[in-house]
Design a protein around this ligand. Structure first.
Ligand code: DC
Length: 195
């Protein structure tokens, strides 16, 4: 029996990776791993523990103890830390910024490699992120690098945040995105780039 393939979907924030990976995973009956949600969870736990988003040593401890699970409910890919549903909390703008910062730390990236590979399991899996095709699953059978214009991406993110009841302007979303893009593309470790 075929165990399925690994599909990597990488690209910048707001390009549409989540929607595409969700639909692909649903139609193939594959496991879906939203790796951005994992970095976001580390940022959330750090904030709650009063740990600086650039404190590599303290972040390493948080990553080592990370107990994360995804749960598909209808069309929702819920994120759980232990018994807690953190799906909404990890989407807050300050956590987006924190995720981008923690993701530049060596111990965080190294510690999350196994977490991501284990969550993908042994069967078919769709993983969305920044470095899936280059670092996490370089052997993935399918690698997609999804892009869209910065304005279009910010427009989509803004609409998503407003729909979730957040009071934020388009300009703020665009400025935050420009800053995150620069951080994600410019970092030394596993920078955002096509495989
Ligand atoms: O896709 P996202 O916006 O939820 O990702 C949040 C942050 O996590 C993003 O700024 C970069 C980082 N990230 C990463 O470095 N590597 C990944 N595979 C996924 C996300």
């Amino acid at each position: 029996m075929s165990q399925g393939i690994t599909i990597a979907i990488d690209g910048p924030a707001g390009a549409g990776k989540s929607v595409v990976s969700k639909r692909v995973a649903q139609s193939l009956g594959y496991t879906l791993v939203d790796t951005g949600a994992i970095y976001r969870s580390v940022a959330l736990l750090a904030k709650e523990a009063g740990v600086d988003w650039q404190d590599d040593g303290a972040l390493k401890t948080i990553v080592a103890a990370l107990d994360i699970r995804f749960n598909f409910v209808g069309d929702d890919n819920q994120v759980h830390l232990g018994d807690r549903d953190v799906s909404a909390a990890i989407r807050m703008p300050d956590i987006s910024q924190g995720a981008s910062l923690v993701s530049a730390q060596a111990s965080v990236r190294a510690g999350l490699l196994d977490v991501q590979r284990n969550l993908a399991g042994k069967g078919g899996a769709v993983l969305e992120g920044r470095d899936i095709g280059t670092v996490v699953f370089p052997q993935a059978e399918v690698k997609i690098f999804l892009i869209a214009s910065p304005e279009e991406r910010a427009k989509r993110r803004h609409a998503e945040l407003v729909a979730k009841g957040q009071d934020i302007s388009f300009e703020e979303v665009l400025a935050d995105q420009v800053q995150r893009d620069a951080q994600d593309e410019g970092r030394e470790l596993a920078p955002l780039k096509p495989a």
